[in-house]
Design a protein around this ligand. Sequence first.
Ligand code: 9UX
Length: 72
Amino acid sequence: SSQICRIRIKGMTCTSCSTTVETCLQSLAGIQIAQVALTTEEAEVRYDPKILTYNQILQSIEDTGFEAILIS
Ligand code: 9UX
């Protein structure tokens, strides 16, 4: 199954920051698509809710050193 969520990510200032977050998300089991946009400070993530929860997604973003807030 699959679910899409959008996440606001605070504190990214260069493309290396957004690539770090994007690569981190893409490496997680259960993530199907992850795109991080620096300019809008947003991530769009498609994931399998049977494998991980959005709280785990938010936590793994925070683990990279950026603040993550669920938008939708
Ligand atoms: Mo860019 Mo981000 O030099 O923490 S990698 S600012």
